[in-house]
Design a protein around this ligand. Sequence first.
Ligand code: F6R
Length: 606
Amino acid sequence: MCGISGIISNTSVSRRLLDSIQNLEYRGYDSCGMAVINSHGPIVRKNVGHVAEVAEKELFTSLDGHVGIAHTRWATHGGVTPVNAHPHTSCDGTIAVVHNGIISNYGELKARLMKKGHIFRSETDTEVIPHLIEEYRKGGLPLERAFVAALNELDGSFAVAMVAAEEPWGIFCGKHESPLIIGLGQNENYLGSDFNAFIEYTKNAVVMEDGEYAIITHESYAVKRMSNGEPVNKQVMPIEWDAEMSKKGGFPHYMLKEIHEQPRTVIKALAIDENAIINLARRMIEARRANVTGVGTTYYVAQLGQYYLASEAGVSAPAVSADEFLEGSAFGPEDFILAVSQSGETYDTLRVLREAKRRKTRTAAMVNVIGSTMARLVDDVVMQGSGPEICVISTKAALAQMIILIRIAIEAGVLTGRITPADRKQKIKQLEALPDIISGFLNEYSGFVHTLAQRTAHHHNWLYLGRGRYYPIALEAALKVKEVAYLHAEGMPAGFLKHGTIALIDEKLKSLVFVPTEKEEELYNMTMSSIEEIKARGGSVTAFHSSRTLQRSKLLDDQLMLPAAPPLVAPLVSLIAAQLYSYFAAVTLGKNVDKPRALAKSVTVA
Ligand code: F6R
């Protein structure tokens, strides 16, 4: 999604503004731009394409000035064109604005402003903002009041930053339902839609809340309420991530780096305070109805959680995709909703949580981004501590969330009396063994996965099948290969196949089956039946499994033998294999791994 950056300094800012939006590229974008204030007012440069290319073409770094804002745009209103890229300016060009979010009443504002003679150049919703500010200025309001009056007219979601010729020493900004964070440096201050915008320069941040605006100079910042202009006392928050964590560290892509970081991610997830985990387990049990929600990958994480909560603890906590939650679920003050989100900013998930707040439903969230909207909105938050996930495709953050949900399920099992203290110890030990299993797998099996991908990635149609806990894994694995390698893969319960979809089986449709361990005898046998059914219809089966018997079976056309792992964690090993497969499939097919088409890192729009 769009990224905002701003720097106010007493030295030139354009070079660092460029670095800053490059650090925001991972959020997903299609065009970018910059406005730097000099003695003539804001000078705007913008275009479509990759930041580096646009920067070169538009000579970003030749802009000279001490105050500037920059933007990466992910198109929502209006096509991907140079003129739709941000910043947008007022008619007289003295006010330049960048915006993240969607202004739902822009149509009527635009019509009103056009009637008053404002000339619009773009098709964006954003452009109403500079014109609205200009209109209030013409009406006699001083700049600060004109800025706030304009923001108060906007419906929808926004994080806005403005520079203006008449007050060239600072940046004005404000937000509602889209993130905005101020960074505090030495003789210079920063603005960003997330920490990555300025993490190279400072680790001190001030997180803005909805309904707040701020005026930032190189040596001060003042946060005030949009409703009445009263000052707000803000806490300075230290950022625990460092810039090094956001670098590739020798890996060709962030996705591969982040897959390899997973042993560490698991260790971090296991180090989360036990009391926080028990607290969530208790909430699950005590609620009249409990649901887990997320969207995309985090919905599949939630689904995996549902399976573990049911099987380990006898707790029913159906996973509901956040984008459909409000339309398909009933909930009230006695219920509990646990949201899962890497970014903590996802529109669909926030929509559920905001409505839950309104209905006085108890909420909790598991998030990775410190200071994110979700982290601040819910009653209880668990920070998963996975470190920055830069690749748009979620890997390590999802695994950490799965570990945390398994921990919640185990603690819920203890609370419901299904799991004895001795069993609990055993299960925690199995989780603790996972980092070594993952490291071993990544070191020893990567080559096999790579060869498998080279052999099979040219097949465009796949069924990804799994039973029980392997079903959400199949779903998530299918999403991975769709979003990064653009292969069509339909995730499905293996048992569901025979109820219709089996009609599609032929020699062209490939099936990837996630086979449970032989220890899970019933599930294993049922999955084998599905494989037999596919083979009987002339289908082709690739299996991810850890079974010595299956290794020798003539049923498989292709296979990846996984390291042995206890049933509690074996599905997670299959997932890591699938992440790696998707990665190598994308590389084999020459795709843009870290910035796949159409997907953004935090999806903040409806
Ligand atoms: C998949 C992916 C998306 C996100 C989804 C939710 O790799 O990245 O499907 O999982 O947009 O995002 P968060 O977790 O930030 O709420």
